[in-house]
Design a protein around this ligand. Structure first.
Ligand code: PEP
Length: 251
């Protein structure tokens, strides 16, 4: 009913040639396996056009890691949703905690980005998640609910149906400290309930909710076995075929 997805977030890693080599090797590995999920690679902007030209889209889908909150114009250094779409990319990560923390992205800005992404037929992978202090204070549900409400709940049910969510507890990103399988399931179920309360159970049941945060070959199977965990957004482990493929194969 809903898609299982494993998406790699390369962040600011790999020059163009290294990126092309990685995709080539990943695709070769995918051709020799029967994979039970969609595989997405979210590359730096400058790789998108070239990667799009080399992928077999039945095996690998392409995404960006961000897009601008403006349509076009005098915004030096920015990349619009339309530009991303023109490369052939189909996904865009929005609201990653690193964008929120280091580049001041607010829920209001993200709301604009989501609308522009959808207007350009991109599927947003919308990231939500609490920082350590918020988890320790037991505020994780309140924080995540607010991010969803402010970033996404202006959407119609039809448009919400095009969103992929990624729960990424910030304390687990790049730290080697994964949420336990129970913590992940508990939050994913809460997220699904939150969506159901706004848009109805059918929309909630059709929404893919990925887990992100130090997901790796050793923990992916247990995490993905949870009923409300529909895949992963993978940072560090997506940079090598040897560490990414076992996560893809965890389904
Ligand atoms: C991420 O940045 O989305 C992420 C989950 O990173 P890592 O897998 O390295 O924790």
């Amino acid at each position: 009913m809903r898609k299982n997805i494993v998406a790699g977030n390369w962040k600011m890693n790999k020059n163009l040639q290294e990126g092309l080599d990685l995709v080539k090797d990943l695709q070769t590995a995918l051709f020799s396996k029967k994979v039970k999920c969609d595989v997405v690679v979210c590359t730096p902007f400058i790789h998108l056009g070239a990667v799009n030209g080399m992928i077999d889209k039945t095996k690998v889908k392409l995404g960006a890691q961000n897009c601008a909150d403006k349509v076009s114009g005098a915004y030096t250094g920015e990349i619009s949703a339309e530009m991303v779409a023109s490369t052939g990319a189909k996904y865009v990560i929005l609201g990653h905690s690193e964008r929120r923390a280091y580049y001041g992205e607010t829920n209001d800005m993200l709301k604009e980005k989501v609308q522009l992404a959808l207007a350009n037929n991109l599927t947003p992978i919308f990231c939500i998640g609490e920082v350590l202090g918020e988890r320790e204070a037991g505020q994780q549900n309140t924080v995540v609910k607010k991010q969803i409400e402010e970033g996404l709940f202006a959407l119609s049910a039809e448009d919400f149906g095009k969103i992929v969510l990624a729960y990424e507890p910030v304390w687990a990103i790049g730290t080697g400290k994964t949420a336990t399988s129970d913590q992940a399931q508990e939050m994913h179920a809460f997220i699904r309930q939150t969506v159901a309360a706004k848009y109805g159970q059918a929309v909630a049941d059709a929404t893919s909710i990925l887990y992100g945060g130090s997901c790796n070959a050793a923990n992916a199977k247990e995490l993905f076995a949870n009923p409300d965990v529909d895949g992963g957004l993978i940072g560090g482990a997506s940079l090598k075929v040897d560490t990414f493929m076992p996560i893809v194969e965890a389904f």
